[in-house]
Design a protein around this ligand. Sequence first.
Ligand SMILES: *Cc1c(COP(=O)(O)O)cnc(C)c1O
Length: 389
Amino acid sequence: MNVQPTPSIVPLPTDRIPIAGPWITDLEIRYVTDAATTGWYATANDWIIRFEKLYAQVTGRRFAVALPSCTAGLHLSLAALGVGPGDEVICPESTWIATSAPISYVGATLVTVDIEPDSWCASAASIEQAITPRTKAIIVVDLYGNMPDMDAILDIAARHGIPVIEDAAEAAGAVYKGRPAGSFGTTSVFSFHGSKTLTTGEGGMLLTDDEPLYRRILILRDHGRGPNDFRFFNQEVGFKYKMSAMQAAMGVAQLERLPELVERKRAIFGWYRDRLAHINGLTLNSEAPDVTNVYWMVTAVFDAALGIKGEAVQEALAKHRIDTRPFFHPLTALPAYVDLPGREQAPERNKVAYSIAPRSLNLPSALTLTEPLVDRVCKTLEQILAAGV
Ligand SMILES: *Cc1c(COP(=O)(O)O)cnc(C)c1O
């Protein structure tokens, strides 16, 4: 089976097996070269508009805003929704800190909720319990390319009249009940960081169907200047969150190749599953029947009864030049949140997040991995487990 139909022009490093990395072809080079050549003066925005239009189309949304990062998209979402000091924002305990940091940027308070034991995404029941009269937004994360129980979460949010922000940074190409990741939030945001399935080096995209919110975001992201204000008469102090034509050109190429990128991620997961599924007490990413998981990071969780520490497995694999990462530490366990109100109760409240993190790890998931390399990772992992970590 030819699982890599388009040759990657960027070779995988040979000294270590990396944790993540892109799949770049001639198409990306051609488009970026065009942007570097033509993306100036009157045509400076052409590639950006093309990327936004295509992204809106692929996710079925009305409006798309290309950004320098997903973090910027989360910040703009909260700012445009008017979230500020005194407000609470709900966010899953298990995620990259980029999801929660913008809550602090706008002066609001982070309230963490637990994750589901199988999807590792925010638990609807935990979200419902965390809602107070001060809750102004709920951020959900499509973790590691999987999807949360969106029906239940959107229902709870609608009943309480609270907007949902979908952090789809890791989920380009994922599907929940026939709908693509990025189609669920009042705003939905993606990351195109170099480690992500679809990359522009650095970059992000915000999607929404809400026109007034979209207009507000356009002003906030350009120093408080309206899109057609050629008097440069700033209405307020805003932010500067824009993407360049060269990044957008790369994004168009990657987006045109998204089906192929997703197929590759799923093939990589399949190679791991075929080799690791038989190991007692080891669980890989789950996939519900109505979900297409895009397996951004293949993740192994060891049963608590085995007493295996993810960190010890990581160290052992590193000695064999295999790079891995820890499962996301619970946000409230990070030094960054020592002063967070209610932090002491978080391990009790968010038991699943606290239980999974120390006994799991992300395995190499770069898009240009080959089956023999995955085989090497799995054999090494088996040897390490057999020797006892
Ligand atoms: C990568 C990531 C982000 C941040 O993306 P940037 O583009 O680096 O800002 C946000 N949320 C999650 C879940 C991520 O994995």
